[in-house]
Design a protein around this ligand. Structure first.
Ligand code: C2E
Ligand code: MG
Ligand code: MG
Length: 763
């Protein structure tokens, strides 16, 4: 039994002080009457006791009634004890009165008075004490017990019969009070449960994020939660008034949280009694609140109205949609919205047969800014670029950031392609002007690809064309613009086919290595053979490595291809005389792969080639990138015994610092140095570079020797150690180089120091 129910049961004992007082007064008068009637003096104390205890109990009850707080379990237990003492005393007084009157007198009137009053009092007690039946049962026992016993002892059979009837009466009352108590307890439990449910409902209603109102079938307001009155700024006592839907709406309008028009809509939705939902805007525009109203009919008639403040959600949705369509950095439209916008504008210009141009802009050297000054500076630069672009366009034109350092401009309704060219020229110039970012002066360039619209052109095609034109503009040396032409698409297509073919060639092992000898000018002997890639394509014929290598680099195929070349060249070298080394070209990207060292070691290991017979040819572009890493990698290769030569020297930056800073053993002076060698200046230049390299301890090779005159000129002062060129041999197949080496080295062995004469081609 819960403390609350126990307290309620105890409380029920004190509910009716007036009948209790009246009963006590009646019993006292009856006792006095019996004392007077019988003259038995013992009845006076009984009457006095009845008056006294009756008065005390009535007083106690009144005291209980005057309490104003809820009864706690502890208090209830104390009040129960007080009630119990009073009830027992009173019952004993009644019992004693009956016993004395019945046993000590033969007065039938007195007998009738005491029996009827006691029986009546007990019956009334059943209606008062059912909450704690055991008190009542004890009370009957103390009252009816002496009365029944006295009647039984009277000797008269009728008195005996009455005694028996009293016992039965006692038992009947006992059962009645027990079941009354059960009914009462059940009612209390139900009330308690109801109160708990109401409490939960109340908590739920007042803690939900929605405002809620329930209107009955008659339109009267049944329930309104706190959130609703708070949201609609209603007066606090509003709910207590007996109001209907129209009153609620009128109060909302009065508080300024609902416009009269919205109010009308809401009343009609409530009256409609159909599930529906609407969204209303706050009449106060500055407040800008959006409310979502849901109307749900109830089973027995009436409507539940839910209102939710969706302002934040709406704002978040707007933010998300803005983020999805605009670039967060530059606040320009992004690729997605640009594409949609272009589709729209294209549809208009297609129908009006107007000419428009798409300008695809790419910043040159932007990566360097990012790499050297850091990304925050790069970001600032992009913002300024965006501002400059915005400032240059007509209101009709549309600019977007396409991604990274790429921007696109849609130039609408132009008269001729020249207008697009003029804008592109201005864009290139404006974006190439100096920028000041965080006290750094930054200079970048821009390249522009232009595609013109034509009938039926889609946004994707336009973008693709502009992209191809941009590619060409960049290839043309950057800082310029270029219009799309149909043959560009052909070039792109050709490149795509080449890529496909290359993949197939890789899988089908269609590649071959040719070898070209490097001849020592003093001994006249072949010291090294350079491995050169050949691809014999069934329909293209022999494809130059100059065309293959860049594509393979772009496709990421260079790593696999390079690995194959290296291993093949090492294995081939194993078949050659010991004095002959193999030179393998490494492209810049291939050289910068992380595991270059293990690649080289592995190739040497599987072929069995000693490291000193391998020469790796790198170009200046390989030295440009990632200098420290490059230096370390070269040092490690050098320590492993592999030789490094710098290929095509004189075609790139020709920085003399490379010769000094990196562990190079050989410098290969490019063929271009031989142009005009018969005049003074180029020869002086070549000799100067050769001498410098020789002085730094490197052997010097001149590539591309085709004539005896060239050979004589370069070998005159003795600084050039080796020469390579068609004069000695073109690049030849593995079989052929084998034969050549056999011939030259065999002859050398047989005939002593017989040189391969440079004046005669050996191939
Ligand atoms: P390179 O490393 O400078 O190779 C020398 C190029 O000059 C070869 O062209 C060779 O055939 C050519 N050559 C040699 N002597 C003469 C001459 O007297 N006159 C003329 N006109 N040309 C001569 P090739 O084989 O077409 O190779 C071109 C470039 O392709 C090579 O230049 C090299 O940079 C690259 N390459 C070739 N094979 C490979 C390779 O296996 N891997 C890598 N990464 N690059 C390679
Ligand atoms: Mg080379
Ligand atoms: Mg070269």
């Amino acid at each position: 039994m819960s403390p609350a129910i126990y307290a309620a049961l105890v409380g029920s004992l004190f509910q009716n002080p007036a009948p209790m007082f009246a009963g006590a007064a009646c019993a006292a008068i009856a006792a006095v009457m019996t004392a007077l009637k019988t003259g038995n003096e013992l009845l006076w104390p009984c009457a006095a006791l009845l008056i006294l205890t009756g008065a005390i109990r009535s007083f106690d009850m009144a005291k209980y009634k005057n309490r104003h707080t809820e009864l706690t379990a502890g208090e209830a237990s104390r009040w129960e004890v007080r009630y119990q003492i009073g009830a027992m005393l009173y019952a004993m007084a009644l019992g004693a009165w009956c016993a004395i009157a019945l046993l000590m007198s033969d007065d039938a009137v007195a007998h009738m008075i005491c029996i009827s009053v006691t029986t009546g009092y007990v019956a009334a007690g059943a209606g008062r004490t059912y909450g704690r039946p055991w008190i009542f049962h004890l009370q009957i026992l103390l009252t009816c017990g002496p009365m029944a016993a006295a009647m039984a002892l009277h000797g008269d059979p009728y008195y005996l019969g009455m005694a028996l009837l009293t016992v039965l009466y006692f038992l009947g009352l006992k059962m009645i009070t027990t079941s009354l108590q059960q009914i009462f307890v059940r009612a209390l439990i139900a009330r308690e449960r109801e109160a708990a449910l109401a409490g939960q409902f109340d908590t739920a209603l007042n803690n939900m994020p929605h405002g809620l109102c329930m209107f009955g079938a008659d339109g009267r307001l049944g329930v309104m939660n706190y959130r609703f009155s708070e949201m609609m700024r209603l007066p606090t006592d509003f709910v207590r008034r007996n109001v209907n839907a129209a009153d609620v709406v009128a109060a909302c309008v009065a508080s300024g949280t609902m416009s009269p028009e919205n109010g009308k809509t809401i009343i009609s939705e409530i009256e409609n009694s159909q599930a529906s939902a609407i969204v209303t805007a706050d009449p106060d525009r500055e407040y800008g609140r959006a409310l979502s109203w849901t109307f749900q009919p109830m089973a027995g008639g009436g409507t539940v109205l839910l209102v939710e403040d969706i302002t934040e959600r709406r704002k978040a949705e707007a933010r998300i949609s803005h983020l999805a369509r605009f670039d967060a950095l530059t606040a320009l439209p992004n690729r997605l919205s640009f594409r949609d916008e272009i589709e729209r504008l294209l549809a208009i210009s297609n129908s009006a047969s107007r000419l428009s141009a798409l300008l695809f802009i790419d910043l040159d050297q932007f990566k360097q800014v990012n790499d050297t000054l850091g990304h925050p500076c790069g970001d600032r630069l992009l913002c300024i670029v965006a501002d400059r672009l915005r400032g240059m366009l007509r209101p009709d034109d549309f600019v977007a950031r396409f991604g990274g350092d790429e921007f696109v401009v849609f130039q609408q309704n132009i008269q001729s392609p020249e207008e697009a060219a003029a804008l592109s020229r201005r864009i290139v110039e404006r974006l190439s002007e100096r920028y000041e970012i965080d006290r750094h002066l930054v200079e970048i360039g821009a390249s522009v690809g232009i595609a013109l619209t034509s009938r039926g052109m889609t946004a994707d095609n336009l973008l693709k064309n502009a992209d191809m034109a941009l590619y060409r503009a960049k290839a043309d040396g950057r800082g310029t613009f270029c219009f799309f032409r149909d043959e560009m698409a052909e070039t792109v297509e050709a490149r795509r086919v080449l890529e496909l073919d290359l993949r197939k060639a890789m899988a089908n092992e269609e590649f071959e290595l040719f070898y070209q000898p490097l001849v020592n000018l003093k001994s006249g002997r072949i010291t090294t053979c350079e491995a050169l890639l050949r691809w014999n394509h069934p329909s293209r014929g022999t494809v130059s490595p100059i065309d293959i290598i860049p594509v393979a680099e772009d496709m990421g195929l260079i790593v696999d291809l390079g690995r194959w070349i290296l291993r093949k060249a090492c294995m081939e070298c194993m078949k050659w005389p010991e004095a002959v080394s193999v030179a393998v070209n490494f492209s810049s990207q291939q050289f910068h792969q992380r595991d270059i060292l293990s690649e080289v070691r592995y190739a040497l290991e599987v072929s069995g080639l000693p490291a000193h017979r391998l020469e790796i040819e790198i170009t200046e572009s390989s030295l440009l990138r990632n200098t420290q890493w490059t230096h370390d990698a070269l040092m490690q290769l050098h320590s492993a015994g592999v030789r490094i030569s710098l290929d095509d020297f004189g075609t790139g930056y020709s920085s003399l610092s490379y010769l000094h800073n990196f562990p190079l053993q050989k410098v290969k002076i490019d063929r271009s140095f031989l142009e005009g060698i018969d005049t003074d200046r180029p020869l002086t230049l070549l000799r100067g570079v050769a001498r410098l390299s020789a002085d730094l301890g490197m052997s010097v090779v001149v590539e591309g020797i085709e004539t005896n005159e060239q050979l004589e000129l370069i070998s005159a002062d003795g600084t050039v150690t080796e020469a390579q060129g068609y004069l000695f041999s073109r690049p030849v197949s593995a079989t052929r180089i084998h034969q050549l080496l056999d011939a030259s080295h065999g002859r050398h062995l047989r005939e002593g120091n017989v040189k391969v004469l440079p004046s005669r081609s050996i191939a």
